[in-house]
Design a protein around this ligand. Structure first.
Ligand code: HPA
Length: 247
C-alpha cells in the first residue's frame, strides 16, 4: 500500500479522492495527527495522512511522528512519499523549485525519535547511510521527467526544530555543513519509517530563501503564495507517482 504524508499546504487530496476507510487515531504511541484516510485517488489505492492535522493545528515540534508512522504501518503501508515545504539554502534551490533530496542532517532535538528504546530488552540499530528510498526517488524523478516538470533530483535536507525560522548564522553553518534545504519535519519521520522497514522518500517544495540568503526578512505572505502555487504541481506529480507505483 502506498501512502502520502501531506505537509504544510497539503491537507487533503481534493475531490478526486474517494474515502473508503478511516482508521482511528489511537496508537500505542499516542494519537496520530489526524485520521488515516484510506481510499482511491482517481481509482488508485492511496492512504493519506496530513502531518499537521486538519487545518494545520500541530506545529512541527509537536507532531507525533511515531504515532503517524506506526499507524501507517498498521494499515499495511509499505511505501511513503512525504511532502515537505522547505527553505532554499543553495543557489539552485530558489522558491518554487521541487526537490527530491538524497541526504539529510538532523538538527532537531527533544522529539521522540525511535521505536527502539530498548524497553523490550532488545537493542536494534538500523542502517541510515542513505536515508531515502532509491526506488521512490527514482519514481519521482521519472514522473518529473515525463511531465517536463523541472525537479532537482538530489540535495541534503537539514531538519531544524522550529517553529521559529533560523538565524542567518544558523543557515550559514548549515550551508557549510553541506545542506541545500532547510525544513522542520523531515526528522525523525524519515528514520522512523526506516525502523519499520517502510520505503520512504521526500518531495520537497521550496517556498522561501532560507534566512540571510537575501537581505530582506522572510515574508510569511510570500511563503503562503509559493506554497499554494507549488502544491498544484506537487499533487499532479504525486498522482503520476501513485499510478506508476500501482503498475
Ligand atoms: N526554515 C525551516 N523550515 C522551513 C522554511 C525555512 O526557511 N521554509 C519552509 N519550512
Amino acid at each position: 500500500m502506498f501512502a502520502i504524508i501531506g505537509g504544510s499546504g497539503l491537507y487533503s487530496l481534493g475531490e478526486d479522492f474517494g474515502l473508503e476507510e478511516q482508521a482511528s487515531r489511537r496508537t500505542p504511541y499516542g494519537d496520530t495527527s489526524a485520521d488515516v484516510l484510506q481510499g482511491r485517488w482517481q481509482s488508485i489505492p492511496v492512504v493519506f495522512l496530513p502531518r499537521h492535522g486538519p487545518g494545520h493545528r500541530v506545529p512541527p515540534h509537536r507532531v507525533n511522528y511515531r504515532a503517524n508512522i506506526w499507524a501507517l504501518k498498521q494499515v499495511g503501508v509499505s511505501r511513503i512519499i512525504s511532502v515537505n515545504a522547505v527553505g532554499g539554502i543553495t543557489d539552485e534551490m530558489k522558491p518554487g523549485t521541487l526537490v527530491v533530496p538524497d541526504q539529510l542532517i538532523d538538527y532537531s532535538s527533544g522529539r521522540e525519535y525511535t521505536f527502539f528504546d530498548g524497553d523490550d530488552g532488545k537493542v536494534i540499530h538500523v542502517d541510515f547511510s542513505w536515508p531515502y528510498s532509491a526506488e521512490l526517488r527514482g519514481v519521482l524523478t521519472e514522473v518529473g521527467l515525463q511531465k517536463g516538470q523541472p525537479l532537482v533530483a538530489s540535495g541534503t535536507y537539514g531538519c531544524t526544530n522550529g517553529p521559529r525560522l533560523e538565524s542567518a548564522a544558523e543557515i550559514k553553518r548549515m550551508r557549510n555543513d553541506g545542506c541545500n534545504l532547510v525544513g522542520m519535519t523531515g526528522m525523525p519521520e524519515t528514520a522512523l519509517a526506516r525502523e519499520l522497514e517502510i520505503e520512504y522518500a521526500c518531495l520537497a517544495l521550496v517556498v522561501n530563501w532560507a534566512a540571510g540568503v537575501e537581505d530582506e526578512p522572510i515574508s510569511m505572505q510570500d511563503i503562503m503564495v509559493n506554497m499554494e502555487r507549488g502544491m498544484q504541481q506537487v499533487k499532479s506529480l504525486l498522482l503520476d507517482a501513485a499510478r506508476l507505483l500501482q503498475q
